[in-house]
Write a protein that binds this ligand. Sequence first.
Ligand SMILES: [Fe+2]
Ligand SMILES: [Fe+2]
Length: 334
Amino acid sequence: MIVARSRGIIGQKESPVTVLLAGAHGIGPHRVPTLYGSLFLSYYIDIIIYPSTLGVQSAVQESREEEIESQAAVARMWVSDEVESLGSYVPLPGLGIVPVNAFLIHSTQPILVDTGVIFLREAFLSALHEAIDPAEIRWLWLTHADPDHIGSLMEVLAEAPNARLVTTYLAMGKLSLYGIDVAQRAYLVNPGQELHVGDRTLLAFRPPTFDSPESTGFQDTQTGAMFSVDSFGALLSEPAARATDIPPAALEQGLVRWRTVDSPWLEHVDRGRFGRSLDTLRRMDPSIILSSHPPPAVGMTETLLEHLRAVPEAAPFVGPDQAELERMMAAPGR
Ligand SMILES: [Fe+2]
Ligand SMILES: [Fe+2]
């Protein structure tokens, strides 16, 4: 059993909320796959883990399900004067935790960037409803079609009839494999193109690292804020509100490690060309880097770029094999 005591929405709620999570047997609202569920870390602080088992008894599951506070699993946090993150943490057993952030830009034509994790759908929608009336959303920028970004896509499209879905042709194709047809709602933008959204222009770009070929980020040319998709993601040992809160060595290690996991192709790239792609990003001079996976980073562009530059030299990641998985499952206390 895992007891995760959440402190609620960062900067918005004071009273602790206790979240009890037992491994679940399916994926859906409140539910996570059993191995990950047994090690699930809800967002933020005070987490007490009694390593659970893959086969959590259904009686325990049933008795605890009603205690699960899904709202606590997605936290709102202001990251700039006009941008809120809707963030959660996803565990990678044996590796750490990965932040998963969507963003809401409170501009004259409100922009939602991504729609959270599939298994946190209810929590995401609850946080979104607290942040804005979805009917006010005018643009939904989908950075790519991975399951940690499209979690509430259909619900948001239904509740935000005035929103256009900013995406790419390839992402449309991927969504069609889920049986999702967004042709009537889509607004296709390729890297290098601009999107004018009322009081500002969004410049689309291809992030320097990515795990899906359709990945498309953007820079808000009015504020300089850069939405970098999965680039600069980092494995963490504990939640952090800001990138500057992470000890420098831990940030470097976590970023390099995550990139070897999430962008394994980097070991094959031409170092010179990769370095030039980082230089291009440097010249964009972001005021803040808002990635899907690390906390918001202000004044850290050079540091993050240097960490990325080191990734092609890092040892490739090799995941646990069957023997290691069985050892993990048989560990005392599980
Ligand atoms: Fe991704
Ligand atoms: Fe992602």
